[in-house]
Design a protein around this ligand. Sequence first.
Ligand code: MAN
Length: 358
Amino acid sequence: MLTRGFNQVVLLPEDLRASREDFEVIGAFNPGATRLGRDIILLVRVAERPSARQRDRLYLPRYDAELRQVVVDCPLAKDFDTSDPRVVRSHVDGRSRLTSLSHLRVVRSHDGHAIDRLDEAGLWPETPWEEFGIEDPRITAIGQMFYITYVAVSRHGVATALASTRDFCTFERHGIIFCPENKDVVLFPETIQDQFAALHRPSGGARFSPPEIWLAYSPDMRHWGRHVRLLGGQFDWESNRIGPGPPPVRLEAGWLAIYHGNRRPAYASEVADYCAGAALLDAHDPSRIVARSREPLLAPDTEFERKGFVPNVIFPTGLVESGDTLLLYYGAADTSTAVVEVSSAEILKSLAPWPAPS
Ligand code: MAN
């Protein structure tokens, strides 16, 4: 485990006003991060839900692309499995719904810690593929452009879409780039042998799909191929789920890719800890792993990581270099945005050579 530098919450749900009077903000978390001029920009996932409560009903928000507005469905609670606070599953037709609806909001900071401005700008659900919200953005700067990969959730599944911006005031959408089930797609900030490269996490829960991170290439960022399996959940702390965190960052030693791991639950309704780990990938051929974490780099520890909408979650999504230090942004307990200062040298020192010598 790393010695943590300055580690703090930078944004809480109560810092944001809900988009409607009958909604409440329950999460401001899992942010993309980048530098723009002198500022650090965070593109934060804001999760909202109806504030109405009635014991026998659920209040499930969704964006209706035909009506072009958010609507709330109120089915009977007894018809759903409600053991996971994030998602409920119908006993009637087996379909799943999210309990909140997320959009993405721009936040600015001059030092990466204090929030100076909460902008109105951002990305909101707009298409049928975003019916249950847009989540967990990652930002990659390439040339003058910032590319944003984000998770688009709908009745058709969990997909990844691409958007771009120059200024974080206006955004251009480029549609779905990885079809369901695929999320946690992160773009490398440089081309590799003249191709764009991405890490992605296909088919989380399908019968023959263990938790794995894959690598893919593209000539234009829209069409992806040359898929290769990069790494799987090898250790207990990453035995259930594993997925890319922030976009990889180029160090002298190679590509540093921070990811999340989630342990297999001990009982059906448990959501076990989400921790952060890292891998060092070869600079010229990122399909080659040089070293990786055997133990979590960061595990839930502070009160704000241990308590919240989903307790015991560290979900890293943004990374900004600041000299030899890295500012690592993460969602804490699916509730707030936190930052921790970590030294890249210390991360590298913590990694074990891979494949492990026999
Ligand atoms: C899933 C997604 C994330 C969330 C984690 C932890 O991967 O819902 O958005 O942060 O679980 O709950």
